[in-house]
Design a protein around this ligand. Structure first.
Ligand code: GDP
Length: 361
């Protein structure tokens, strides 16, 4: 799926960079173009591609400091400049646009939904969002911001592919190192998803096509992506077992949104050397996914790749009823209530939002 990436905010820019690097390292050429947008000049300076600084008149390049309403406002007033920078980048080859952002901050949280809406008015290709949920240790402001942003992005985008920062966190790392590791995990799986359907060799009936990714995401709402890999075996029977076990792990422990296993639609992509991908194994794993997700719309296909491993990539569309997401919305609502109480006590520093945060559905 030929994709144009637009990173908004700090996390958005860093993830866009990681995705572009992965795509070029693997030689996939699925990433057609990249752009980063931010209110903080310092964050843009580190990025090796075109950038747009927005809100200069309001924040003078210093960022919006976690104020996502201000993030939304400056994106709205400077959207023409952002859209102008995209001109010529979204060519006829482009099959999708991804707006990438951390949902808990200010610029990405507020700006991404606004940008998605503007892009959808102009372009015919699907406009998706890749959104990062703050981990449970992140402060209350992040939870409240993300709760609001998530609802708005999910409504505006053709689909919101969600990544929970807690899904990949390993212990003993500093926050910065932790983010870099998470970004690499995200880039690997999302990068493989982009590259699905871009295979040049072994094109045949069983090879996955970009339209299958788009059709799986078509159910709208929130999507998640699972991944796991294992060593390929010497026998067909061994490879059937490998495909089954990597698919199980991809869904059960390797997903970007833990505990999201019920879905409206799913796509299983099995990557590996073509003659080591067992038809029987892919079909068995696909049927297993139907049972687990409760969906009758589970597509399956191959992704020919030179590797001594076999990998399963599981894309889930329509996971908004998942327990994890409901838990997150509860967390965001509680954080907002706590902030309200603080405000009533007269602490102006905590008075960042007043509106009621409603249920997702
Ligand atoms: P913004 O620049 O105002 O959009 O805010 P940030 O992008 O700095 O932060 C938004 C959220 O993303 C916060 O909840 C952070 O926990 C998270 N975050 C910040 N940087 C990264 C990153 O590099 N990777 C990931 N996965 N999350 C990040």
């Amino acid at each position: 799926m030929k994709t144009v990436l637009i990173g908004v905010g700090q996390a958005g820019g860093k993830l866009t960079r990681e995705l572009a690097d992965f795509d070029s390292r693997m030689g996939f050429e699925a990433v057609l173009g990249t752009l980063a947008v931010n209110t903080a000049e310092a964050d843009l300076q580190e990025l090796p591609f075109e950038t747009v600084l927005i809100g200069q008149d309001r924040v003078k390049g210093h960022g919006v400091g976690g104020d996502n309403e201000l993030g939304a406002e400056v994106m709205q007033s400077d959207s023409q400049e952002v859209l102008a920078s995209l001109e010529g980048r979204i060519t006829a080859e482009a099959e999708a646009i991804f707006v990438v952002a951390g949902l808990g901050g200010g610029t990405g949280s507020g700006g991404a939904p606004v940008l998605v809406k503007e892009l959808k008015r102009i372009y015919d290709v699907p406009v998706y969002a890749l959104g990062v949920l703050p981990g449970r240790n992140a402060g209350a402001m992040y939870q409240v911001n993300a709760g609001r942003s998530l609802k708005t992005v999910a409504r505006e985008a053709d689909s919101l592919l969600l990544v929970d920062n807690d899904a990949f966190r390993s212990s003993g790392e500093s926050l910065g190192e932790g983010f870099d590791a998470i970004n690499r995990e995200i880039a690997q799986r999302v990068g493989l998803l982009f590259a699905s359907g871009e295979a040049v060799e072994g094109v045949g009936e069983s090879v996955v096509d970009s339209s299958e990714v788009i059709n799986t995401l078509r159910s709208g709402g929130v999507a998640a992506l699972g991944y796991a890999s294992g060593e390929s075996a010497d026998t067909a029977e061994g490879n059937i077992n490998t495909v089954m076990s990597t698919t199980r792990r991809a869904l059960m422990t390797g997903t970007s949104l833990p505990e999201a296993s019920r879905a409206d639609a799913a796509l299983l992509v099995v990557a590996g050397v073509p003659d080591q991908i067992p038809r029987k194994g892919v079909e068995r794993a696909r049927r297993w996914l139907e049972d687990e997700t409760g969906s009758r719309q589970v597509r399956g296909g191959d992704f020919p790749l030179q590797s001594d491993r076999i990998a399963s990539l599981v894309l889930l569309g329509g996971v908004e009823r998942s327990d994890r997401l409901q838990q997150f919305m509860e967390r965001a609502k509680e954080a907002q209530k706590a902030a309200e109480t603080e405000k009533q006590r007269g602490d102006p520093a905590e008075a960042w939002q007043n509106d009621e945060l409603e249920d997702l559905l």
